[in-house]
Design a protein around this ligand. Structure first.
Ligand code: ZN
Length: 163
C-alpha cells in the first residue's frame, strides 16, 4: 500500500534546522498519525509523502515560505492572561517560552518576550518562522481510512482523534 488520498499514515520524524540542530522529534513509541489529503501537514511535506510505502525513509528540506513563513517585523503584542491557553498551569512565564494564545482563528503558537503581572508580551511570529527546516521521516504504517475518518477529515484511534 502506498500513501495517497484518504490513507491513514503513521510516521516518525526528526525536525532539524539548516545547521543540523535538532529542534523537534516525536516519541519513538508514539508515531504521528494523520489522514492524508486533508491538509493535516505542511503542504510541501504532505506532497513528499505521496507514493511512499511502509518502511520508506526520506528527508525533505522546506524553505521558510514552505514551512512557517518569514519573520515579520512589529510582531510583538501584549496579551492578557485570560487569552493564553492553559495559563493557570504555567507557573512562570519566561522569555523564549513557547505558549499558545486563543485568537478568533483558533490557537496560535507564540513565543514569550516579556512577562508582566497580568499581561505577557509575545512575539506572534511562529516559533519556526524564518527557518529552513529539514524533516527526516520514516513511514511506520499505512491503512485505508474508514468512512467516519473521511467525513471528519482526521484520523481516529491511537495517535489520532478520540471522541
Ligand atoms: Zn473524528
Amino acid at each position: 500500500m502506498n500513501i495517497g488520498k484518504d490513507k491513514v499514515v503513521s510516521f516518525h520524524y526528526r525536525l532539524s534546522e539548516e545547521n543540523g540542530d535538532l529542534i523537534e522529534e516525536n516519541d519513538t513509541d508514539k508515531p504521528l498519525v494523520y489522514l492524508h489529503g486533508h491538509n493535516a501537514l505542511l503542504p510541501a511535506l504532505e506532497e513528499e509523502m505521496v507514493g511512499k510505502a511502509i518502511g520508506d525513509k526520506f528527508s525533505v528540506t522546506l524553505t521558510p515560505e514552505q514551512a512557517y513563513g518569514p519573520v515579520r517585523e512589529n510582531s510583538v503584542q501584549r496579551v492578557t492572561l485570560k487569552h493564553i491557553a492553559n495559563s493557570k498551569k504555567i507557573k512562570k512565564f519566561k522569555p523564549g517560552m513557547k505558549i499558545q494564545v486563543n485568537t478568533s482563528e483558533g490557537l496560535r503558537d507564540v513565543v514569550v518576550v516579556k512577562a508582566g503581572l497580568k499581561t505577557v508580551d509575545v512575539d506572534t511570529n511562529h516559533p519556526y518562522a524564518g527557518k529552513t527546516l529539514t524533516f527526516d521521516v520514516e513511514v511506520n504504517d499505512i491503512r485505508d481510512a474508514d468512512q467516519d475518518e473521511i467525513t471528519h477529515g482526521h484520523a481516529h484511534g491511537p495517535g489520532g482523534h478520540h471522541h
